[in-house]
Design a protein around this ligand. Structure first.
Ligand SMILES: Cc1cc2nc3c(=O)[nH]c(=O)nc-3n(C[C@H](O)[C@H](O)[C@H](O)COP(=O)(O)OP(=O)(O)OC[C@H]3O[C@@H](n4cnc5c(N)ncnc54)[C@H](O)[C@@H]3O)c2cc1C
Length: 477
C-alpha cells in the first residue's frame, strides 16, 4: 500500500517505521526541516549551539519508545542516561528516592527514607497509593487532581513538595484543572509498577538525533517496505479519492465506493486519498490538533456519516493548549550541581517560576558548553513578564535555592524557548479521538488521540503504532 503520513513527530515516525516493516511504501510529509516535532533539536541563534526545543525526560515505563529505538539498532545504554527515580529539591530540603527493592517494597522503602516529609505526610502518601491499588487505579470519573487529593487528605506540604510538581510535570496542567484519571494512569504504570518503570531516562544526544534522524536510513524488515521523508513540505490539501477515478492508479478498482457531499447526485468516490495533489491509498494525519482539524475540514461528508464527522470535528475543537517554557543558561564554567535534574520550589508570589533544573554536563555525551535548562510547565503567566525579567528572576531563584552548590557561575548567554502549544490541557471529560475516522483511508495519530496517557512521548509513539494497526483492520473490512 502507498501510505502518506503527515507529520514527522514521534507519532508520525513511529507509524512510518511500523508501516514500512509491514511492507508499505511510506511517504512522510513534514512541514519543518527538523524531524521530531515537539521533541526536536533547534539551532539556537542566541547560544549558537544546537539544543532541544525543551528538556524532555522519559520514564522506564516507556516500553514502546525503547523497543522502537532498539528496532532502529540504537545503542540504548550509550544514548540514554538511566537512573533510579530520585526527586530531590535543589535546596536539599526534600528528597524521595526509590530503592531497588521489589514492588511494592520500593514505595515503602522510599517513604521511610524520604527527607522533608513528616510521619503524617508519609502515612497519607501510603494511604493514597493503597487506595489507588485497591481501586485498580480507577478514580471517580470527572474528578480533578486537586479534588482527588482533598478526598484523600493530602496535606499542603505534601501537595507543594510532591503532588503539585509531579502533576504539572506529567500533565502540564495545574492540579485544580488536571484530570485525576490520566494522572492515575501515569502513576499506575510508573510508581505502581516496578522500580525500573520509574527510572528517569534522559537522552545523552539532542532529541532529533536520538532516533528520528535514523528513520530515513532504516532497512525495513519487509522487502517491499520503503520510507521517504519529505522535509519542509507542509500538507495543505487533502482529498478523499476522486470521483470515478481510483486514487491509486496501480491498484485494482476500489471495493467500497462512498457517496459524495452531493447526496442527490451520489458522486461515486473511490477509496484512496490525495495529499497535496498526489495519490495514496491511505493517509495518517500525525500532526497537531489544529492542523488535523484544518485538513479534515476539507473532506466531503457522506450523508450517512454526518453525525460521526460532526462528533469528530467537535471533539477536535474542544482541545485547549498549555505552553511550556525552557530557559537555557550558558555558564562560564560548570556549576557544582552533581545531579542531572533537581526540583525547584515554585512560588509565583515570590517571583520564583522555575520548576526543574537540568545540568547538561551531568548527562550529555558531548556537551557543547556548560548549560542549565530550567523548565516551566503551565508557563502562560511566566511568559507574560518578558524574557529579560524572567531570566533575571530564574537566576535569582537558582542562586538562592542552589546555594549548597556554591555561587552560580556567570551566565554568558541565554535562550528562552516558549512552546505555546506544548501539550493539550489534560482536563477531565476530554473526549480524545480514536485512530479511525469516518473517512475510509484517513487515520489519526498523535499524543492527543485516545492513548490513555496525557501528552507524552510514549503516548505519541503508541498512537502512531495504533494508527498502523487500525489501517490493517480497515484493510481487512
Ligand atoms: C517543551 C516540551 C517539553 C516536553 N516534555 C516532555 C517530557 O519530559 N516527557 C514526555 O514524555 N513528553 C514531553 N513533552 C510532550 C512530547 O514532546 C509530545 O507528547 C510529543 O512530542 C508529541 O509528538 P506527536 O508526534 O504526537 O506530535 P508533534 O511532535 O507535534 O508532531 C507533529 C508534526 O506534524 C508536523 N505538521 C503539522 N502540520 C503539518 C502539515 N500540515 N504538514 C506537514 N507536517 C505538519 C509538525 O511540524 C510536527 O513535526 C514535552 C513537550 C514540549 C513541547
Amino acid at each position: 500500500m502507498r501510505l502518506a503520513i503527515v507529520g514527522a513527530g514521534w507519532a508520525g515516525l513511529a507509524a512510518a517505521v511500523r508501516a514500512a516493516d509491514q511492507g508499505h511504501d511510506v511517504t512522510v510529509f513534514e512541514a519543518s526541516h527538523m524531524l521530531g516535532g515537539r521533541a526536536r533539536a533547534v539551532e539556537s541563534p542566541q547560544l549558537e549551539h544546537r539544543i532541544d526545543n525543551g528538556q524532555h525526560i522519559m520514564l522506564g515505563a516507556y516500553a514502546d519508545t525503547f523497543a522502537l529505538m532498539d528496532r532502529l539498532g540504537l545503542d540504548l545504554a550509550g544514548t540514554l542516561q538511566r537512573t533510579p527515580l530520585a526527586l530531590e529539591s535543589a535546596d536539599g530540603g526534600f528528597r524521595l528516592a526509590l530503592p531497588r527493592l521489589p514492588a511494592p517494597w520500593h514505595l515503602g522503602g522510599a517513604l521511610l527514607a524520604a527527607r522533608g516529609l513528616g510521619a503524617r505526610d508519609k502515612l497519607a502518601l501510603a494511604r493514597i497509593f493503597r487506595a489507588l491499588q485497591r481501586n485498580r487505579w480507577r478514580v471517580e470519573a470527572g474528578t480533578t487532581v486537586a479534588r482527588w487529593l482533598r478526598q484523600h487528605r493530602q496535606g499542603a506540604r505534601l501537595q507543594s513538595l510532591f503532588w503539585g510538581p509531579l502533576c504539572v510535570a506529567a500533565l502540564n496542567t495545574p492540579v485544580e484543572q488536571a484530570c485525576a484519571q490520566l494522572f492515575a494512569n501515569v502513576l499506575r504504570d510508573s510508581l505502581g509498577a516496578t522500580p525500573e518503570a520509574c527510572d528517569v531516562v534522559i537522552s545523552r544526544a539532542d532529541l532529533s538525533s536520538l532516533w528520528p534522524d535514523h528513520v530515513e536510513q532504516m532497512q525495513p524488515a519487509h522487502p517491499h517496505g520503503r520510507i521517504e521523508i519529505r522535509r519542509g513540505q507542509p500538507v495543505r490539501h487533502l482529498e478523499v479519492g476522486k470521483p470515478g477515478v481510483s486514487a491509486d492508479m496501480d491498484a485494482p478498482p476500489a471495493a467500497t465506493p462512498i457517496s459524495g457531499r452531493d447526496g442527490a447526485s451520489t458522486i461515486s468516490i473511490q477509496p484512496g486519498v490525495i495529499v497535496n495533489g498526489e495519490s495514496f491509498d491511505a493517509v495518517i494525519l500525525a500532526t497537531n490538533v489544529p492542523s488535523a482539524r484544518r485538513l479534515l475540514a476539507q473532506l466531503p461528508v457522506a450523508p450517512g456519516q454526518t453525525p460521526a464527522c460532526h462528533t469528530l470535528m467537535r471533539r477536535l475543537s474542544a482541545f485547549r493548549f498549555i505552553p511550556i517554557a525552557t530557559v537555557t543558561l550558558e555558564l562560564e564554567h560548570p556549576w557544582n550541581m552533581p545531579a542531572s535534574m533537581l526540583q525547584l520550589h515554585e512560588n509565583r508570589a515570590a517571583g520564583h517560576y522555575g520548576q526543574w533544573v537540568f545540568n547538561n554536563v551531568a548527562f550529555m555525551a558531548q556537551p557543547a558548553a556548560p548549560m542549565l535548562h530550567i523548565v516551566i510547565s503551565d508557563a502562560a503567566q511566566a511568559l507574560e513578564m518578558g524574557e529579560a525579567e524572567l531570566v533575571r528572576r530564574l537566576q535569582a531563584q537558582l542562586a538562592e535555592q542552589g546555594r549548597r552548590f556554591g555561587p552560580l557561575p556567570a551566565v554568558v548567554k541565554h535562550e528562552l524557548i516558549a512552546e505555546k502549544r506544548a501539550t493539550f490541557a489534560a482536563v477531565p471529560g476530554l473526549e480524545r479521538p480514536q485512530p479511525r475516522t469516518p473517512w475510509p483511508g484517513v487515520l489519526l495519530a498523535g499524543d492527543w488521540t485516545d492513548t490513555g496517557y496525557p501528552a507524552v512521548l510514549e503516548g505519541a509513539v503508541r498512537s502512531g503504532q495504533a494508527a498502523v494497526a487500525a489501517l490493517a483492520c480497515a484493510d481487512r473490512t
